[in-house]
Design a protein around this ligand. Structure first.
Ligand SMILES: O=C(O)CCCC[C@@H]1SC[C@@H]2NC(=O)N[C@@H]21
Length: 196
């Protein structure tokens, strides 16, 4: 057994995606894009960057789907947005958001989803709650660095920080805590269900 396989042996895979057929995985990808579209609509409109539940959904999909299928799902959702479907924050879609103030966050999403998935495959999830929380928080922070960085290019460093990073730090901590709590609950629930 290679070192890589050893990492995966105890992987927390509540959706059992590792054992699913290609067709079922495709269903999960479509369901994931719907969940991301929904999370995009749970938003507090702010200019130029809204508060949304996107990063929560993104890192949850990474943790639940793994890095490959997670990144694919997030890219599929961004593809739907590019085709004009109203799946981004505030029902936006089309190519304009990919060059606008929130473009950096959009670019970061597949990266942070893959990162969370990669860490989850190595045990940073489930009942390892501190590591789980840390993985979601690092992903959220990376999102703010890339998103805020792009915004700073457009409107300057100070405004980029004030409008694109600072208002979202507390939310990043709360969303990471919520994600870690949900994943821990799933692990405990599934552990009990297996014993019954
Ligand atoms: O146009 C979009 O759909 C992307 C919006 C990006 C919102 C970012 S994601 C990170 C930060 N946290 C939030 O709640 N909002 C911003």
């Amino acid at each position: 057994m290679s070192l890589f396989d050893a990492h995966q042996v105890d992987a927390f895979d509540p959706l059992r995606l590792g054992q699913r057929s290609l067709a079922i995985k495709a269903v999960f990808v479509v369901a994931g894009t719907l969940a991301l579209a929904l999370a995009s609509q749970i938003s507090v409109p702010m200019v130029p960057v809204p508060i949304t539940m996107q990063t929560f959904a993104i890192t949850m999909i990474g943790a639940l789907y793994g890095w490959r299928l997670g990144a694919l799902t997030i890219l599929a959702w961004l593809g739907e947005a590019m085709l004009g479907f109203p799946v981004l924050a505030g029902g936006a879609g089309g190519l304009a958001p990919f060059v606008g103030p929130t473009a950096g966050y959009l670019v970061s999403f597949p990266i942070i989803g893959a990162l969370t998935g990669w860490l989850a495959e190595r045990g940073w999830t489930g009942d390892r709650v501190i590591r789980s929380f840390a993985s979601h928080l690092v992903a959220n922070i990376l999102c703010l660095v890339i998103g805020g960085g792009w915004l700073a290019v457009l409107i300057g460093a100070e405004k980029g920080w004030l409008l694109g990073v600072a208002p979202f730090i507390l939310g990043a901590v709360l969303k990471s805590a919520l994600a870690a709590a949900v994943l821990m609950g799933a692990k405990i629930y599934l552990g009990r269900a297996r014993l019954n």
